[in-house]
Design a protein around this ligand. Structure first.
Ligand SMILES: Nc1ncnc2c1ncn2[C@@H]1O[C@H](COP(=O)(O)OP(=O)(O)OP(=O)(O)O)[C@@H](O)[C@H]1O
Ligand SMILES: [Mg+2]
Length: 283
């Protein structure tokens, strides 16, 4: 058994290596490579050991990139979403109750069906949830988003943004030095524009700004257009507005981007007076 001292500096740096002995047996996988062993330990092939180390390094890198991807996709919903009411974060299909045969039950079924379509990352159409206040539009929209976030493979970024909160945050810039404020229109245009599946919650509520200042109308329209123009469908919109109100409030370029694929795909979830305001239950 010859001593492995072909690289004396290695043996100096790692004195233990001097004890490594080369055995007459060769490796099954690398027939020209002799096995080696430390006294009293299992023989091994050095090439196999190097390959195993390289595979472990690759695995480590893969896990690193997977964790990074996870942060950029799966975690977006809980990290970057903007809710009016923090309780809305907890909504999902399991806590959406509906009596058999009711409008709510049919809408829940339809919402599940549409969420299933969004599990295909190349499915582009938008969805509109429309109807009176408190009927469960936001609840169902969050449920769809959570279902997709939890089940789509590979994972994608799913985001929920309340229009009112977004506009409030953009407005709140006053008092900050230029460059110091995070929630600019550009920030939201990028965030919402680039999310794979987006819920725009309570569209129309921001139109109260129109009464306050004429420029705000232009600003709201410009911001919405910037976001929608950057998206290629996959936008779920909740609103109290009827279609004719939407037509009145938004210009045709915005409207056509909001309604992309909605009718053709049957992606309208409509609550009528048949569903009561669930907030009324609280009083
Ligand atoms: N079918 C349901 N099962 C359980 N909770 C419900 C249901 N529908 C609505 N809720 C609850 O009632 C409240 C109001 O619902 P939600 O916020 O979804 O209404 P909305 O249609 O979005 O109203 P708005 O138009 O005012 O935004 C929420 O707390 C929601 O979780
Ligand atoms: Mg709502």
């Amino acid at each position: 058994m010859a001593e492995l001292t072909s690289k004396p500096f290695m043996a100096d740096a790692f004195p233990e290596l001097k004890k490594l002995r080369r055995l007459p047996e060769t490796c099954d996988k690398h027939p020209t490579e002799h096995l080696v062993a430390m006294p009293g330990q299992q023989p091994f092939c050095q090439l196999c050991a190097i390959e195993a180390k390289q595979a472990a390094d690759l695995d480590f890198q893969r896990q690193f990139f997977e964790r990074k991807k996870h942060r950029l996709t799966y975690e977006v919903l809980d990290r970057d979403s903007i809710f009016d009411d923090d309780d809305d974060r907890q909504r999902d299909f399991t806590n959406y109750e509906a009596k058999d045969g009711s409008e709510a039950a049919k809408n829940k079924q339809l919402a599940r069906h549409i969420a299933g379509k969004y599990l295909h990352a190349d499915y582009k159409a938008n969805t509109i949830l429309t109807g009176n206040a408190g009927t469960g539009k936001t609840h169902l929209a969050v449920s769809m988003l959570r279902a997709v976030n939890d089940h789509i493979n590979p994972s994608v970024s799913c985001l929920f943004v309340s229009v009112t909160s977004m506009m409030e945050l953009i407005k709140d810039v006053f008092g900050y030095r230029a460059g110091d404020y995070k929630y600019t229109a550009e920030y939201f245009t990028r965030l919402l524009g680039d999310a794979n599946l987006l819920v725009i919650d309570d569209l129309g509520s921001e139109s109260t700004y129109r009464a306050a200042a004429a420029e705000a109308t232009d600003f709201v329209q410009k911001t919405l257009f910037g976001i929608l123009n950057r998206r290629h469908g996959r936008t779920i919109i909740t609103t109290n507005l009827t279609m004719s109100e939407m037509k009145r409030i938004y210009n045709t370029k915005i409207l056509s981007r909001m309604l992309r694929g909605v009718r053709a795909e049957g992606n309208v979830i409509k609550f009528t007076d048949a569903t009561e305001d669930k907030r009324g239950d609280l009083f």
